[in-house]
Design a protein around this ligand. Structure first.
Ligand SMILES: *Cc1c(COP(=O)(O)O)cnc(C)c1O
Length: 418
């Protein structure tokens, strides 16, 4: 459910015609709907209302300060994977006590910053990381609250690049060896063991993999109890999928129900790290048609947005809906919708049937709120797109379009080349 709809033939973001935003801000531009962000957060949070829980929005899905602020105001926490994301979350006004730090390669300076900020916990992914974190905490005279990220070896049945909980994945600690690792963690005096963490992948469209992972994690909790280690926090990661095309992901209520049932009265504080399910369908990418190019075998719609703005189709071969901003009936065409970048992987859609556009027409790439701007780059020296937040009849630029000067910021020609 989202608030991007046609009204009298014109695509609107809430009460604002998308065309107006494009006219004032230019293209390509990301447009987010505040009402949708709030609604998705609320639905997800409410689904777990029966249990003590904390929703930690996964910052990597969409790290714009204004978007993060929406979740701060809603009482949410954050799942971060870098010092940069810590910086952003704190800038957005996050309560450090609601921040969890995930990731397989944390640097010591990032650990220091997070310890100084006083975050809720580190999700530790290896034995070496345990030892390094213990040393960093010692040097600061602090105790680092930790959970171990365990790898339950469950197939999430999603794209291999976003499967993270299988045996051969770089993430987490083999659940079979995890009791041993917990014992090591307990022996390190600058660590405080408070949780168990597990995240099996992204864009999951069915419940069983979540439940399977939970079953395995529950066995671990039992084993840890026998060892006298009482776990207060159970972090089940993120991963709930959304509809891009015809997927039928479970509603958050069903997901929550399955998890609550699976927990069976276990006395823990649940942490959830949703990203995509909150922001994915709360954003679109607005782009302008530059040219129609037709060869004997193929038709191309060349637009001003590209894989540097939205890389999902290029990276995962994933589907993004594409709608004309002016609703059209009549002639359709089958075309590839492509950007200007010098890569054949630079496309938003392949062999897609769309209403035949004209140069200058605006298109909306749907479901672009998650892993859109946050994965964007300056490839081909393209300035990054603007980001806009819509609230009812108003809209706000929440990130300016980059300028040419931004493209070379920090670069220098050394004197030997003068
Ligand atoms: C990416 C990630 C998430 C969020 O995943 P979504 O599929 O966007 O919900 C949560 N936790 C961790 C550790 C992640 O790496």
């Amino acid at each position: 459910m989202h608030y991007f709809e046609y009204r009298s033939g014109e695509l609107h973001a809430e009460g604002v015609p998308v065309r107006r935003i494009a006219e004032e801000v230019g293209t390509p531009t990301y447009v987010y709907s505040l009402a949708t962000l709030r609604r998705h957060y609320q639905i997800f949070d409410q689904a777990f209302a029966r249990l003590p829980h904390l929703v930690c929005f996964s910052v990597k899905a969409n790290s714009n300060l204004a978007v993060l602020r929406v979740f701060v105001r809603a009482g949410g926490g954050f799942d971060i994977v870098s010092g940069g994301e810590l910086f952003r979350a704190l800038k957005a006004g996050a309560d450090p006590k609601k921040i969890v730090f995930s990731g397989v390669g944390k640097r010591t300076d990032e650990m220091e910053d997070a310890l100084r900020a006083g975050i809720l916990m580190f999700n530790v992914e290896s034995q070496q990381e345990l030892r390094v974190l213990n040393e960093v905490a010692r040097s600061l005279g602090k105790k680092a609250p930790i959970s171990l990220r365990v790898n339950p070896d469950v197939d999430p049945r999603t794209h291999p690049y976003i499967s993270t909980g299988m045996k051969k994945s770089k993430f987490g600690i083999d659940i079979k060896r995890s009791v041993e690792e917990y014992k090591k963690a307990l022996s390190l005096s600058y660590l405080e063991v408070i949780g168990v963490d597990c995240h099996i992948g992204s864009q999951l469209t069915s419940i069983p993999p979540f439940v399977d992972a939970l079953e395995r994690v529950k066995l671990l909790l039992g084993a840890l109890r026998t060892e006298g280690c009482h776990i207060r926090y159970l972090d089940l990661g993120g991963g709930l999928g959304i509809r891009y095309k015809d997927e039928e992901p479970p509603h958050p209520d069903l997901y929550a129900e399955a998890i609550i049932r699976g927990l069976g009265g276990l006395n823990v504080i649940l942490i959830l790290e949703p990203g995509r399910v909150i922001v994915g369908n709360a954003g679109i990418l607005v782009t302008k048609v530059l040219y129609l190019k037709e060869t004997e075998d193929k038709k191309f719609v060349v637009v001003d947005g590209a894989m540097n703005d939205l890389i999902r189709p290029a990276l995962y071969g994933s589907y993004q809906g594409i709608l004309p901003v002016e609703e059209r009936t009549g002639e359709t065409m089958v075309a590839d919708v492509v950007g200007p970048i010098c890569e054949s992987g630079d496309f938003f859609a392949k062999d897609r049937e769309i209403p035949r556009p004209k140069p200058g027409d605006l298109l909306a790439v749907m479901s672009a709120g998650a892993y859109g701007f946050s994965m964007s780059s300056n490839y081909n020296s393209r300035a990054k797109a603007a980001e806009v937040l819509v609230d009812g009849e108003s809209f706000y630029v929440v990130r300016e379009r980059e300028s040419l000067q931004d493209l070379i910021r920090g670069e220098a020609i050394p004197s030997i080349l003068h």
